[in-house]
Design a protein around this ligand. Structure first.
Ligand code: HEC
Length: 238
């Protein structure tokens, strides 16, 4: 008897709580409409080696590996999946914060079936290090976080320019997938777009150049300054 009334009490209490939360729902929806893109947090803070940052490490990788035309860019949205921003990535339902092995976004990277693996051939699979990054980001809660990892006084090819091209450009400009016939996986090819003006023209969104990285936010002023200084120094292989 006692247990029964306790159960009724709990259920009834639950109903009241549910009713109360329903009443607040319209407010909540107004304040946080579906698809709202929460601004990233922490963009001014220095990066910590223990944390994976969505804006710095994950978004550029997903855009250049997955958000190509005919794939998961805003125009194509293959299978209804658009991988161009935090909001569209989370809206797929394929990221379960804290649970990388239960997240399709991570699972498809490891498929062995060529008709299921992402990115699809002829694109090459992500490297083990890139997969690990996505795994850790989801494990750490799949947050929309950012950090300040740019120092405009640093601009060597090996430490700055090549990593920048790798994470922001190479997914669409590699030997297997050469957008505009351009492979940016070698020093010589990066040097030639540096010297013919196309590197600066595309990343500063100058008139007469297609805006790069295509479909993504403009690179930060600090990154653009690094590229400009490296080119002004003669685009050395240093
Ligand atoms: C999501 C795919 C994608 C990414 C990422 C991307 N590009 Fe492109 N790029 C293209 C496509 C597609 C074209 C062909 C022009 C167009 O359709 O916009 C192109 C064209 C170019 C061209 C040729 C412009 C010309 O007039 O000949 C340059 C140079 C270029 N990209 C540089 C870059 C650089 C540098 C980055 C990284 C900062 C980058 N791209 C990132 C897809 C991409």
């Amino acid at each position: 008897m006692k247990l029964k009334s306790l159960l009724i009490l709990v259920c009834f209490g639950g109903l009241i709580a549910w009713g109360a939360s329903c009443k607040h729902e319209p407010d909540g929806l107004v304040n946080n409409p579906p698809g709202n893109n929460p601004p990233p947090t922490g963009g001014e803070q220095p990066c910590s080696a223990d944390t994976v940052y969505f804006q710095n490490q994950i978004l550029p990788l997903l855009i250049s590996s997955c958000a190509k035309s005919n794939c998961h860019d805003a125009a194509t949205r293959q299978d209804g999946i658009e991988l161009t921003s935090y909001a569209t990535i989370m809206a797929t339902g394929d990221v379960r914060p804290g649970n990388p092995n239960g997240s399709d976004l991570y699972e498809v990277l490891n498929e062995t079936d060529p008709s299921k693996i992402m990115p699809r051939p002829p694109s090459t699979p992500l490297t083990a290090a890139e997969k690990q990054l996505i795994f850790r980001w989801i494990q750490q809660g799949a947050k929309n976080n950012a950090c300040n990892d740019c120092d405009s006084s640093q601009f060597t090819f090996s430490a700055t320019i090549q990593p920048l091209v790798n994470s922001n450009c190479r997914g669409c400009h590699n030997p297997n997938f050469q957008s505009a016939g351009l492979d940016l996986s070698t020093y010589n090819n990066i040097r030639s777009i540096a010297l013919n003006g196309k590197f600066m023209g595309t990343i500063t969104h100058a008139a007469g150049f297609p805006a790069m990285p295509r479909g993504a936010a403009k690179l930060s002023d600090c990154r653009i300054a690094q590229v400009r200084k490296w080119i002004e120094a003669g685009a050395p292989n240093n």
